[in-house]
Design a protein around this ligand. Structure first.
Ligand SMILES: C[S@@+](CC[C@H](N)C(=O)[O-])C[C@H]1O[C@@H](n2cnc3c(N)ncnc32)[C@H](O)[C@@H]1O
Length: 440
């Protein structure tokens, strides 16, 4: 028998210890292991579903630990308990079974005392009723535990959207929807449709080259045509960005924060591999991977460079700026980020975004287009940054999505109808902000 839970625990331990993303930890944790796609899928689900609920799971463990907190436990034991509590409360595994398997792992990997502790915690946790246990907490805290989000996010989302929509957003953040974007540089939309239909149930979206995957026998990312670069797994919101730019074949396009290159390759596809794209990123490792990806996807017009997007100069017809952001719109895909918010880092990121926007301005001539996008829901990273920039706001013009935020904390954004926002609870994709800016 493959010890699925135990491997998931090791991967979660790695995430805690090395402060890396779930994707990186899964890749490292599964490297060299000869598991089929079903086992990999199951380990992936254990890791992601446990991570998504981490605050509430830790609350349940803390309540069952007799004075200690979950952070006083060694990382393996801490994550073993997390996985076991996830199984018992959220996966529908019978408490006796969840407890038994965690106790056996603890005994074999750590020893008898750890096994006794696991047994005691699981038996106490089993009796907890979360609703009554949290009923006397302040509302924000209660919602945080109920909907598995950090308190700062609950507060922010309520301020931005109101209580009802904030709750819908948090519920939608817990779901996952897979989208596939056909890479027309290597395959036709029709051929990919037929290929995917052999393994998946797919639906059309507002973009002809993007399919929503509603069910699967084999996940699209495990199939041969994915390995061949005939399609990529890319969120619907992310695929709107290249369309907001409307690049033409033969143009010069600069991407100032390009890795891993999903949007770059989409732009190349819309340009029919004619013209030139300069794809810049300041991470050497990410540029290395981007180069390999561009080759796999058949992108012939890109030059990938390691450089600082704040300073890099290269005159272009159009610029894409998709800078680092708080990722508050993409908790579905990056659950680790939920629990790693740091006010200081956040402020520095907003500053960096502004400096990169100024540099985007320097790289286009009069009439030049800059598309500024983030996968963040915050006002300051989006509308406020656009307001502070020297650009004229142009209309993004993609039907079926939401407009921007018109006012937040007394700050008004008059051009809110020209920019675009996608929301997990309204559009079943990540939360993106997309603006189209002109140098005049
Ligand atoms: C949101 S990701 C870009 C995603 C990419 N546009 C795509 O669609 O695949 C932000 C990227 O900005 C890069 N970055 C961070 N600081 C930078 C800087 N000063 N100059 C250039 N790139 C930077 C990060 O390494 C990261 O790859």
């Amino acid at each position: 028998m493959i010890p699925t839970q135990e491997i998931a625990v090791e991967i979660l331990e790695r995430i805690d210890e090395e402060i890396i993303s779930a994707k990186e930890a899964l890749k490292a944790g599964l490297a060299g292991k000869d598991f089929d796609y079903k086992v990999r899928g199951s380990i992936h689900a254990y890791v992601m579903e446990t991570l998504k609920r981490r605050n509430t799971i830790d609350f349940l463990i803390d309540r069952s630990l007799d004075g200690k907190t979950v952070y006083e436990l060694k990382p393996f034991l801490r994550n073993l308990l997390r996985v076991a509590v996830y199984e018992m409360f959220y996966k529908g595994v019978h408490p006796a079974l969840a407890t038994d398997s965690a106790v056996r792992i603890a005994k074999r990997r750590i020893g008898g005392r750890a096994a006794a502790l696991v047994n005691a915690v699981m038996r106490r946790a089993e009796k907890i009723d979360l609703n009554s246990e949290t009923s006397r907490l302040p509302e924000v805290q209660r919602l945080a535990y109920r909907y598995f989000h950090p308190e700062w996010y609950v507060e922010y989302a309520i301020k931005l959207l109101g209580r009802e929509q904030a709750i819908e957003l948090m519920i939608a953040n817990m779901q996952n929807t897979t989208y596939v974007r056909v890479n027309e540089l290597k395959a036709s939309i029709e051929s990919v449709r037929k290929y995917l239909e052999r393994y998946c149930v797919i639906e059309e979206t507002c973009l002809p080259e993007v399919f929503k995957v509603v069910a699967w026998d084999r996940h699209p990312s495990t199939l041969e045509w994915h390995a061949d670069g005939k399609y990529v797994v890319q969120d619907l919101a992310s695929t709107l960005v290249a369309h907001a730019m409307k690049p033409e074949p033969g143009e010069r396009v600069l991407d100032l924060a390009a890795a891993p290159g999903l949007k770059t390759s989409h732009i190349a596809m819309l340009m029919e591999n004619r013209g030139k794209i300069m794809a810049v990123d300041n991470s050497e490792e990410r540029v290395r991977r981007m180069k390999a990806k561009m080759k796999k996807l058949g992108v012939e017009i890109v030059e990938c460079r390691v450089a600082d997007g704040v300073k890099f100069r290269w005159k272009a017809d159009r610029v894409l700026l998709d800078p680092p952001c708080s990722t508050t719109g993409a908790f579905r895909n990056y659950p680790c980020v939920k629990w790693r918010y740091d006010e200081y880092k956040y402020r520095a990121t907003v500053k960096l975004q502004r400096r990169m926007l100024e540099n985007a301005y320097r790289n286009v001539g009069e009439g030049g287009v800059v598309v500024y996008s983030t996968c963040s829901i915050t006002f300051d990273e989006n509308e406020e940054n656009v307001m502070a920039s020297p650009f004229k706001v142009d209309d993004v013009k993609i039907d079926g999505f939401s407009s921007g935020i018109s006012e937040f904390e007394g700050k008004r954004f008059p051009e809110w109808e020209k920019v675009l926002r996608t929301w997990p609870h309204l559009h079943d994709c990540c939360g993106f902000f997309i603006s189209r800016l002109l140098r005049v």
